[in-house]
Write a new protein. Structure first.
Length: 187
């Protein structure tokens, strides 16, 4: 999630907290809150789209997935899979595609908000929140749009390759944009 020139983020948290250990704790807590919010709204995107299409849906937590998420985050790689939205009823290819695109679309909107926030708050410490929001969500969108089962991208490309290309292009653009902006920030 962090950038090659992101030492200033940790330095700023050290300035706020007074110690390196507390700076890491504060950074971890901010990232944890953003991961939970981003994952939750991604899944709610799937759920609400399914319900809009008249289908029954609910979120189900996977305990093993939660353990994998926690362990992977401790080793420096976040693989978030603590659960998923389950849908009941007949779902055709189009409905499956619409439900599948809803989650990454939420992440792409969050990434766009983060990028806009970075531009608006350049030079202000609040930029850290927006950088993390954009970085996390652009990565989540890109990851979920991979056209490999069981990821959302495989269902989207099966339904509409054109919509998948547009979605992946937006996700790549956001991903590259937030990574290219790290030279722009001045605190």
């Amino acid at each position: 999630i962090l950038y090659r020139n992101s030492g200033w983020i940790l330095n700023y948290f050290m300035y706020l907290t007074g110690t390196e250990a507390m700076a890491y704790v504060l950074l971890f807590l901010m990232c944890a809150v953003l991961v939970v919010i981003s994952f939750l709204f991604h899944e709610l995107g799937h759920k609400f789209m399914a319900q809009r299409l008249g289908l029954w849906s609910e979120y189900r937590m996977f305990n093993l997935g939660l353990v994998i998420t926690l362990v992977s985050s401790l080793v420096g790689f976040l693989f978030a899979a603590p659960g998923a939205v389950m849908i009941n009823g007949y779902v055709n290819k189009k409905e499956n595609g619409l439900i599948s695109i809803a989650g990454p679309a939420v992440n792409m909107v969050f990434a766009a908000i983060g990028i806009l926030g970075c531009l608006v708050f350049n030079g202000n410490p609040i930029i850290i929140f927006f950088m993390l929001l954009a970085s996390l969500n652009s990565a989540l969108a890109l990851f979920n749009l991979l056209p490999i089962p069981p990821f959302d991208g495989s269902k989207i490309v099966s339904w509409s390759p054109v919509i998948w290309v547009v979605a992946i292009a937006i996700a790549v653009l956001e991903f590259l944009c937030i990574r290219g902006m790290d030279l722009y920030y001045v605190l």
